[in-house]
Design a protein around this ligand. Structure first.
Ligand SMILES: Cc1cc2nc3c(=O)[nH]c(=O)nc-3n(C[C@H](O)[C@H](O)[C@H](O)COP(=O)(O)OP(=O)(O)OC[C@H]3O[C@@H](n4cnc5c(N)ncnc54)[C@H](O)[C@@H]3O)c2cc1C
Length: 384
């Protein structure tokens, strides 16, 4: 049986979030970018609405929702405030890593506070010399007595300046490649941790930046899962975050299309509404169609994950084309709105800047094509 319907609960959740997103988030979306501030109060508000803890089990303060429901949240929050979709995507990624692999003590310490929005936990893999080639990281974690000592530099990390802790990936066996990597919870206020923000073109309220680790000591309980197994633990999490990113980008682009449709129905040129010109309506149709394909491929991937089926290449296809199609759609919407859309009076220029960030973050187009090639053609033919 093939069934594309969402449950009544999911439809209700979508409706509730759509209303909140358009009424409470959208009017202030550009404010946080212009002021270069992070709206922690809205992050907490999303916690009250159950958005932050969707992938956290109920016993740790979350709602234990399925992945499809989490996708609905990414899409709907994306309509109102693209940057607050990190409360869905980043929280889902960090929470799944902690829920699935960490000690009960770590779960009790961090998961309820992530769910409520009181704490933000970032995921720190990338380094100045290793991005796409994530197995090439150089940060180290040395086991000494009942502690690990971490040294290194993480770069490009979302929430670097607003995070309360980071899941830091470091080499515990520098002689092996991906097999020698472990993951640790590192509180942002631990001695030896220094975070510095970037002057980014988009995603400004998310406070991306570098994290410097100098002889940072964490108790051995802060190791997540098995030593030397960190790389494989997070790779599975990316299959979720990549599907959510596709939906958050699609949400921002669908909202741009809705706003543009309203504009072209009312704006007159040559004695008729713009919408009457095929040169205006066909580009809208093209972008809408491309985004629908992304949306349904994303929900299909989430459904596969909920049902314990393989969904790696589906996730990478959504991550590769979702931000790209969304970016192209928003760009076109800007042009169809004319010169006012080029000003900062309208949200379109910011949506464009914000969405472009996730053409890179969480893996570039090529990184995702490499994943699909490996799945489709075979591991032995994996391109580098
Ligand atoms: C908005 C944003 C948020 C981010 N958030 C986080 C975060 O929270 N945590 C984190 O750890 N990192 C984060 N990053 C970093 C991101 O994951 C990396 O930037 C990304 O993986 C690419 O790595 P790089 O920048 O080092 O580029 P490189 O790996 O140097 O790649 C440069 C270019 O070469 C291409 N390339 C590389 N290898 C190949 C190949 N084999 N074949 C073909 N092309 C190739 C890439 O696709 C890219 O176009 C974020 C980045 C951005 C922009």
């Amino acid at each position: 049986m093939l069934n594309f319907t969402f449950s009544n609960e999911q439809e209700y959740f979508r409706e509730m979030l759509r209303e909140f997103s358009l009424n409470e988030l959208l009017p202030q979306y550009t404010k946080w970018d212009r002021e270069k501030t992070h709206p922690r109060h809205l992050w907490k508000k999303l916690g009250e609405l159950g958005v932050n803890g969707l992938r956290i089990p109920e016993e740790y303060g979350g709602s234990g929702a399925d992945c499809v429901t989490t996708g609905i949240a990414a899409e709907e929050i994306g309509r109102g405030d693209f940057n607050l979709t990190y409360a869905v995507m980043l929280n889902a990624l960090a929470s799944e890593i902690i829920s699935n692999h960490a000690t009960d003590q770590l779960k009790k310490t961090w998961l309820p506070q992530i769910a409520s929005g009181d704490k933000i936990v970032g995921v720190a893999i990338t380094e100045p010399a290793a991005g796409t080639d994530a197995a090439g990281i150089r940060s180290t974690a040395v086991h000494k007595g009942d502690r690990y000592i971490l040294n290194g530099e993480k770069s490009g990390i979302s929430a670097a300046t607003i995070g309360d802790a980071f899941i830091v990936f470091a080499k515990t066996d520098p002689s092996s490649g991906s097999k020698g990597i472990s993951a640790f919870v590192v509180p942002a206020d631990a001695p030896g941790v220094e975070c510095k923000g970037y002057d980014d073109m988009g995603n400004v309220p998310i406070g991306r930046g570098s994290i410097y680790l100098t002889d940072v000591e964490v108790p051995e309980e802060n190791l997540i899962g098995l030593e030397n197994n960190g790389f494989f633990q997070v790779m599975n999490g990316f299959d979720l975050s990549r599907l959510l990113i596709g939906l958050q980008c699609a949400g921002a682009a669908f909202q741009s299309i809705d706003e543009t449709i309203e504009h072209v129905k009312t704006r007159q040129a040559f004695g008729r509404p713009l919408a009457k010109f095929q040169g205006v309506s066909f580009p809208i149709v093209t972008h809408y169609t491309q985004l629908e394909l992304i949306k349904w491929q994303a929900y299909r991937g989430l459904w596969l994950r909920d049902n314990g089926k393989k969904h790696t290449k589906e996730a990478s296809s959504v991550k590769w084309l979702g931000p790209k199609y969304a970016q192209e759609a928003i760009h076109e919407c800007m042009l169809l709105n004319g010169h006012y859309a080029y000003t900062k009076e309208m949200p379109l220029e910011q949506r464009l800047r914000d969405v472009i960030g996730l053409e890179i973050g969480d893996g570039t187009a090529q990184a995702n094509q490499m994943v699909i090639a490996r799945e489709l053609i075979g591991k032995q033919f994996r391109p580098y």
